[in-house]
Design a protein around this ligand. Structure first.
Ligand code: ADP
Length: 329
């Protein structure tokens, strides 16, 4: 874990990469804890893009009114290719220094943390990361901000689909988000009673799913739900429906949940997580710690070096998938 000596007076907060419900609660916590600790807090608009475009403004306590319940991010988010280059990061650091920003809180995913790590290594701008992504795929944290909300949004949709699937004796394939990560699929599948769950890690096959559905039919089940994480591009559910039709003659209806999983009012769990993590990020900076992410280990908050977060992947828990299979009999 890195440490810096400078006494901080002014910090910047930004959201970066994919948005997630609960980011606003994290921003609110950073601003209000920061101000309570006699810091000045500046908001950087649209992540690294705003750093490069000098879009940096002071935030006051009242600017944070009425946002804890809102999805998305009031600071906006963006992706920046210019920041991926050392010259871009040098320009960003110059802008931060000119604005008198001593340290940063970066709310985002692993890409954003790679950026924050590089900014510390190359430009000595201290930053603490707060994991905000619906995918829950950040190494070093059991939970990320937005995951609980996304799972509950998808689950709500699946419960509705189950009503129509049961009424018409249908097979449904529901596609949830998670291009490289099966966390949403596995949690939604277990909580939604899915017959089979397809994750990007490739834990099952069309053959297994067909056998499982046939088995369920032989035991008197009249409708089934399969969950799949999206593939490299959305629409994997259609490919699966085709493959199932070819293999078994069974007709499957497809429902792609898409971006609705990214929005909506954050759950209580996400608001609490975001509030705790935002506050912990400011506390860490005040103690002179940087180049770390605030994560969770069970209920406990932990500090994880950003280079460790960047180097490792976090994979879906296989035990949840096998439990879902057993319970869906
Ligand atoms: P997320 O933070 O949700 O994983 P991205 O991977 O798109 O989202 O990263 C967000 C931004 O972080 C990128 O647009 C880029 O500006 C910056 N970034 C990502 N990876 C790196 C990297 N290896 N080095 C420097 N900056 C990076």
């Amino acid at each position: 874990m890195a440490q810096f000596q400078k006494q901080i007076r002014r910090i910047g907060v930004f959201t970066s990469g994919g948005d997630a419900p609960g980011m606003n609660a994290a921003i609110r916590a950073v601003v209000r804890v920061g101000i309570a600790q006699k810091l000045e807090v500046y908001g950087i608009h649209a992540g690294y893009l705003g750093m490069l475009e000098n879009n940096i403004q002071p935030l006051q306590l009242r600017d944070m009114a009425n946002i804890i319940q809102r999805g998305g991010t009031v600071l906006k988010t963006a992706r920046s290719t210019e920041f991926m280059k050392p010259e871009g990061r040098e320009k960003a650091a110059q802008n931060l220094r000119a604005a008198g920003i001593d340290a940063l809180v970066c709310i985002g995913g692993d890409g954003s943390f790679r950026g924050a790590h590089a900014l510390w290594e190359e430009q000595q701008i201290p930053a603490v990361g707060v994991p905000g992504t619906i995918d829950n795929d950040i190494f070093g944290s059991d939970k990320t901000i937005g995951f609980d909300t996304a799972v509950n949004t998808a689950l709500d949709a699946i419960d509705r689909i189950r009503d129509t699937a049961a009424s018409h004796d249908r097979l449904f394939i529901v596609e949830v988000m998670g291009r490289n990560s099966g966390f949403i699929a596995s949690h939604v599948g277990l909580a939604g009673g899915a017959e089979e769950i397809f994750t990007p890690e490739g834990n099952t096959t069309v053959e297994k799913a067909v056998d499982r559905i046939k088995d369920a039919i032989s035991r008197g089940k009249t409708s089934s739900i399969l969950i799949t994480a999206e593939g490299q591009k959305p629409g994997r559910a259609y490919d699966l429906a085709d493959a199932i039709r070819k293999k078994s003659g069974m007709d499957a209806k497809v429902c792609i949940l898409g971006h609705q999983q990214r929005g909506g009012s954050p759950t209580a769990a996400d608001r609490i997580l975001a509030s705790r993590m935002g506050a912990a990020a400011v506390d860490a900076l005040l103690k002179g710690y940087c180049d770390i992410m605030i994560g969770t280990e069970g209920e406990r908050l932990v500090q994880v070096p950003l280079d460790l977060v960047a180097k490792h992947e976090r994979k879906t828990q296989i035990d949840l998938l096998s439990l879902a299979n057993i319970l869906a009999t």
